[in-house]
Design a protein around this ligand. Structure first.
Ligand code: CO8
Length: 259
């Protein structure tokens, strides 16, 4: 499955570029979630790697379209449970990643795509794209650990407005509220992200790792302590008929958009 993720290593700097490469829009299904998770677990263990840049192959179009919606529509409880367990593992691995991680957001980044960018330490985004936790617009609710990422990044009040309204922000708005750290032309997204990443790798790394841990531990611990409960909650919410109807309607609208 690793082919839906390309990893390019610069042996001189020790920077690994992880490029999500699953056509057409890097929607996070079980395969892509697992590939990303496994890639990060390997990079964490590899002592020659100093930091990671996360980006998309679909330059100028989409970073990630978020969780794969079809995995939440008309599926069995078992399928949903397995899918959600992959989502949890992906979150725990990326948010808990012990090395510098910078996102080069070179396209749209809704919902799970936004959450993934928020799991990194710094975000550089292409201008005139969109990002946000728009779950309520699909008739669903972002899980507590997505909400926590937003709160940790932009503060409680702005997060509350964004989450409740399911707001998708333009790159420029996202910069204003601190959801991303830099906005630039497509050509500069990866170079600028790399520049910051290199700076982060120069900080004494045991301290850097510990600093991340101290700040991020609480939501991850909450999830670790009751992963099964969180899976059950997800399955229950998704299987309610009004949520299924809302997801079905959203999928239909998404397919019809281009007609
Ligand atoms: N899942 C599944 N399929 C998708 C997704 C997705 N997230 N996004 C796009 N697709 C499909 C489209 O339907 C389309 O399929 P087809 O070719 O068969 O018609 C194909 O991918 C290409 O998509 P587009 O033509 O729309 O591509 P564009 O380049 O024009 O646009 C966008 C890219 C902007 C990313 C656009 O596709 C889009 O807005 N997608 C929807 C994004 C979205 O709202 N995602 C939300 C996912 S939900 C989530 O991440 C968190 C859920 C938490 C659940 C908790 C419950 C308790």
């Amino acid at each position: 499955n690793i082919s839906n993720v390309e990893t390019i290593i610069d042996s001189q700097s020790g920077i690994a570029t992880v490029k999500m490469s699953q056509p057409p829009v890097n929607s996070l299904d079980k395969n892509l979630l697992t590939s990303i998770t496994d890639t990060f677990k390997n990079l964490e263990k590899d002592s020659s790697i100093s930091g990671v840049l996360l980006t998309s192959k679909f330059d100028g179009r989409v970073f990630s379209s978020g969780l794969n919606i079809t995995d939440m529509f008309q599926q069995s409880d078992g399928h949903l449970a397995e899918f959600w367990s992959c989502v949890q593992e992906w979150y725990l691995t990326l948010y808990g990643f012990g090395k510098p991680l910078v996102s080069a957001i070179n396209g749209h980044s809704p919902a799970g795509g936004c959450a993934m960018a928020l799991m990194s330490d710094y975000r550089v985004m292409e201008k005139q794209k969109s990002i946000g936790l728009n779950e309520t617009q699909l008739g669903i609710v972002a899980p507590f650990f997505f909400a926590d990422l937003m709160i940790a990044t932009v503060g409680r009040r702005i997060a509350e407005i964004g989450l409740n309204m399911g707001k998708l922000y333009s790159s420029e708005e996202a910069l204003t509220i601190g959801l991303v750290d830099e906005v630039t032309d497509l050509e500069s997204v990866v170079p600028n992200a790399t520049k910051t990443l290199l700076k982060l790798t120069k900080i004494p790394q045991p301290a850097y790792k510990l600093s991340k841990q101290v700040q991020r531990n609480s939501p991850m611990e909450t999830l670790r302590n009751d992963r099964a409960g969180d899976v059950a909650l997800f399955v229950n919410i998704i299987q309610t008929s009004n949520v299924q109807a809302a997801i079905g309607g959203y999928l239909k609208a998404l397919k019809q958009k281009k007609k």
